[in-house]
Design a binder for this molecule. Structure first.
Ligand SMILES: Cc1cc2nc3c(=O)[nH]c(=O)nc-3n(C[C@H](O)[C@H](O)[C@H](O)COP(=O)(O)OP(=O)(O)OC[C@H]3O[C@@H](n4cnc5c(N)ncnc54)[C@H](O)[C@@H]3O)c2cc1C
Length: 307
């Protein structure tokens, strides 16, 4: 028997993948309702393929396919990013679950940034986020105001907008959002709701161990998050890898590190930039990889924003 803790992106996906294989698992989450409608940008082709393996059609949950990404003064063409209705998607997955806890041979830590069951990470790096839900009449693009220590965003949700910021300094988040509002003309509006969040900004190699005793981690608990905080597809992919490694957990770590070399590069770049010594030599590979997956951009575009 397998006990999954955390019914977010990775935990729910793992549960249904295991069910498909006829492997019995229990799942439990401390929340009573799924995480709310925070921004859920997905790389469409990857997420569509992964979710199809549990017979979920991602197209049923797409709110918007934004035309462009505005980053400071740059406009980049969107290739493959869609905004998904997170609440509906998770609610539908939760409707087929009954939260239970049991004594199990394997415990899966799918608790995201909390990493509630694996040993704590030395020098963990958790970035805080702050977000609001507002109504604005604007074209459906993604807007990002980027600074070296973090960025503020506005994601279209189909009429409503998810406006937020994340970064290294919690006390600067409001200021980052203010700059985004001024730059892209998002006047302050009454917010339907607001909340804070956290993202782990460490690559998998810095989140070891992935396996400790009978606990094994997946998703953001083991650092499956990109340098810009993209963790949805990595969480799904890591859950798929775990579902294929349960018989032999010794190979799990190797498989995760092999799959997520791109996360290592991106987090290394962010780390170097935060220290004021950007590792520019990593950019060609990062940009070649990400312009295939997300938005069309060149090194020149990147440097214009970054410098
Ligand atoms: C504001 C914000 C915006 C983001 N936007 C994007 C985006 O646009 N695109 C993208 O790709 N990524 C985005 N991310 C990152 C992405 O959401 C995460 O990386 C991803 O959800 C990680 O999946 P996970 O399953 O590992 O963890 P989560 O999805 O965080 O799930 C963890 C679950 O564990 C539960 N839990 C916690 N502690 C316990 C416990 N002790 N016992 C049981 N359950 C527990 C939680 O309630 C939660 O349901 C964003 C993150 C934030 C904070």
């Amino acid at each position: 028997m397998i006990q999954i803790y955390g019914a977010g992106v990775a935990g729910t996906y793992l549960y249904y993948l295991l069910a498909k294989k006829g492997i019995k698992a229990n799942i439990f989450d401390t929340r009573k309702t799924p995480d709310c409608r925070c921004a859920w940008g997905f790389t469409y082709s990857e997420a569509k393929d992964l979710y199809s393996k549990i017979d979920l059609n991602l197209d049923d949950y797409i709110l918007v396919k934004p035309k462009n990404l505005f980053v400071n003064d740059l406009v980049l063409k969107n290739k493959n990013v869609v905004i998904v209705d997170k609440l509906s998607l998770l609610s539908d997955l939760w409707s087929g679950l009954e939260f239970r806890e049991s004594n199990s041979e394997i415990i899966v830590d799918a608790t995201g940034a909390k990493r509630a069951f694996l040993p704590k990470i030395q020098n963990d790096r958790i970035m805080r986020t702050l977000q609001f839900l507002e109504r604005h009449e604007k074209d459906e693009n993604i807007f990002v105001y980027f600074e070296r220590h973090g960025y503020a965003w506005a994601f279209p949700l189909g009429g409503e907008w998810h406006i937020g910021a994340g970064g290294a300094f919690e006390n600067r988040l409001q200021e980052q959002i203010k700059k985004l509002r001024e730059h892209f003309d998002f006047p302050e509006k009454e917010s339907k709701c607001s909340c804070v969040g956290e993202v782990r900004m460490l690559p998998p190699s810095k989140c070891r161990p992935f396996v400790s005793g009978k606990v094994v981690g997946v998703g953001e608990a083991i650092g499956c998050v990109s340098g810009v905080g993209e963790g949805n597809v990595p969480a799904l992919k890591s859950a798929e890898i775990l579902s294929e490694s349960l018989e032999n957990l010794e190979i799990y770590e190797k498989k995760i590190l092999g799959e997520f070399k791109w996360l290592e590069r991106e987090q290394k770049f962010v780390d170097s930039a935060l220290k004021g010594r950007p590792a520019y030599h990593l950019l060609p590979m990062i940009i070649a990889f990400e312009s295939k997956r997300l938005f069309r951009h060149s090194i020149f575009d990147f440097l214009r924003v970054f410098i």
